[in-house]
Design a binder for this molecule. Sequence first.
Ligand code: G4P
Length: 285
Amino acid sequence: MHFQWYPGHMTKAKRMMQEDMKLIDVVIELVDARIPLSSKNPDIDEMAKNKSRVILLNKYDLADEKHTENWKAYFESKGYYVTLVNSKNGNGVRKVNDVVQNACKEKIERDRKRGILNRPLRAMVVGIPNVGKSTFINSIAGKAATKTGNKPGVTKGKQWIKINKTIELLDTPGILWPKFEDQAVGLKLAFIGSIREEILNIYELSIELINFLLNNYNGYLAGRYGIEENDSAIETLSRIAEKRACRIKGGELDLNKAAGFVMDDFRNGRLGNITLEFPEISETN
Ligand code: G4P
């Protein structure tokens, strides 16, 4: 499968983010807990060097808990401060304050030694499209947060959201571009619905997903659709189509319609908590 991407937009987004980097102490990077590596772009590491780094495993409500814990350990072993967040219902969001403080403790200590006390930490949220940046910002900002206008030394027009006495957040998130050129990454982004439907073949996509599920989450499709799973993804999809009475005129099975059900159910968590890629450490557990 091939995916389109737009280098022009990405170059502009990168340039803007590089400017914003100069204003902040800590980068809060959202990844999707179902595909923590495929929803990450290592270019941010170069842009954010010398900054404190926080990773939020967002949408953990949709991912497989066991693997989410492994991913947390994986990123921590690489020096990130990590926590789990469900931005949609707010679970885990309050904890982010502590994690940010922790990530910045050396900077706070340096400031203290130089006699600078209570200078708020400045943070910026980054992540690929659809990972939940706006939802997270709304959730952490809440009703209590106040927006602060132009500050001396801050680029004119920048808006900061005062989260509490110690943290200020840039109100516009930085947009990272996924690693589309890697087809395996593109496929996982398509699974979670981060690639426009029009350019995808829903049938092919569902066959790929069903194959993954048959190999890694045996019984999940059977549980959802009340079918018997078959080693062949096509046969399994046919059984789902039959069970759901997906038929085109003339009575033939409508596999595209069934494929749509499968993708929709997966994306909304109705097939269960599923993680699509695993860190190396999980294999030794
Ligand atoms: P972005 O700014 O990074 O582009 O992402 P945005 O906040 O727009 O979120 C994209 C979608 O992901 C939204 O769904 C949002 O509700 C959902 N979302 C964000 N965080 C979480 C989370 O932790 N868990 C779950 N389950 N979903 C999350 P949508 O389909 O666009 O809208 P809606 O379904 O909320 O109406």
